[in-house]
Ligand binder design. Structure first.
Ligand SMILES: NC(=O)c1ccc[n+]([C@@H]2O[C@H](COP(=O)([O-])OP(=O)(O)OC[C@H]3O[C@@H](n4cnc5c(N)ncnc54)[C@H](O)[C@@H]3O)[C@@H](O)[C@H]2O)c1
Length: 307
């Protein structure tokens, strides 16, 4: 792949427009397909907002075009990244259409959060060119992308995908087995399982739990991964703690009933004013602004270190 190659993105939503920005900002022509007209109409404004946030010139916006027809978006693309809703039958039908309309040498990637790639490409013939490319939200601010392989046949496609990601300033990590949730979402939801169980058991309220993470071990996570931290303090300490703690950690093998009950009551979080905690619109907006500003600062620092 080179800076001249055309990229296609399937889905112009939260993830799709950010991924489109990343490739366009690196000089690629980017064609985005979405069947919803308003999603395509919003693209230039949304990409322009990322340019403003990251203080890049607006040339990326001009390199991105919207296409109501999937065929038009993918016909000449060397790399196609699907970022449509997280529904297996939908993704399977999109990949069947990609096999029919894409160049035979194009790499086909899915941005699925948790569905195994093997299931997504179940109905297509040439699976060797299909990989997972799991960007994190917001993709223009979080550098990690998990690149998922199914079998050794996928390795060349995965390596090519990783080279393309490095070229646009992302940090790819190879996931060697195609398991649900890959690495990051398994880690994240293992943490959420314990968090929900602690609140449900009345050990603390949701605000205290978030403080423990943000002001405690979370404060070091960006510079010290959990295994690095164990290596730093000594594995004997980690073992001593595990010997005591492991029998008590939550192992509920399904969605926790506490979460099921909140969702059933329509308590969905900031968008409904109440989830694990209560939120006024002002409080919710303050959290969004704090998050966006922190991530933009962190992305700028990472970019500055590379130059
Ligand atoms: N939101 C996140 O935090 C996040 C993070 C990482 C990965 N993902 C994954 O990325 C994918 C997209 O998530 P999102 O948050 O951008 O969703 P989204 O709902 O914001 O966007 C999905 C877009 O796909 C479009 N769409 C619907 N049917 C389509 C079709 N047949 N073909 C093409 N496009 C179609 C929708 O109109 C919408 O614009 C999902 O698989 C999701 O699991 C999401």
């Amino acid at each position: 792949m080179s800076g001249k190659d055309t990229i296609a993105i399937i889905g112009a939503g939260l993830m799709g427009h950010g991924i489109a920005y990343l490739f366009a900002n690196a000089g690629h022509t980017v064609r985005v397909h979405d069947p919803v007209p308003s999603a395509l109409e919003a693209l230039p404004k949304r990409i322009g907002e990322i340019c403003d946030l990251l203080k890049t010139d607006h040339s990326a916006t001009a390199r991105v075009s919207g296409h109501a027809d999937l065929k038009d978006a993918v016909a000449d693309a060397a790399l196609i990244i699907e970022a449509a809703p997280e529904k297996l039958p939908l993704k399977q039908s999109i990949f069947a259409a990609l096999e029919k309309h894409a160049r035979p040498d194009a790499i086909l990637a899915s941005n699925t959060s948790a569905i195994p790639i093997t299931e997504i490409c179940r109905d297509i013939t040439n699976k060797s060119r299909v990989v997972g490319a799991h960007f994190w939200n917001p993709p223009h601010l979080v550098p990690l992308v998990e690149v998922v392989t199914m079998t050794p046949d996928n390795l060349p496609a995965a390596q090519s995908m990783m080279a393309s990601l490095r070229a646009i300033g992302r940090h790819p990590v190879l996931v060697k087995r195609d398991i649900p949730g890959f690495i990051g979402n398994r880690m994240q939801h293992a943490l959420k399982r314990e968090a929900i169980a602690l609140v449900a058991a009345g050990v603390c309220d949701a605000e205290a739990l978030d403080d423990v993470v943000k002001l405690g071990f979370g404060a070091r996570l960006a510079v010290l991964g959990p295994l690095e931290q164990s290596d730093m303090v000594g594995l004997n300490l980690t073992k001593d703690i595990h010997d005591v703690l492991m029998p008590y950690l939550d192992v509920t093998p399904v969605t926790h009933p506490y979460l099921d009950a909140l969702v059933a009551k329509g308590e969905l979080g900031m968008k409904t004013g109440k989830g694990f905690r209560e939120w006024t619109p002002e409080q919710a907006e303050a959290v969004r602004v704090r998050f966006k500003e922190f991530m933009a600062r962190s992305a700028a620092e990472t970019a500055a270190k590379k130059t």
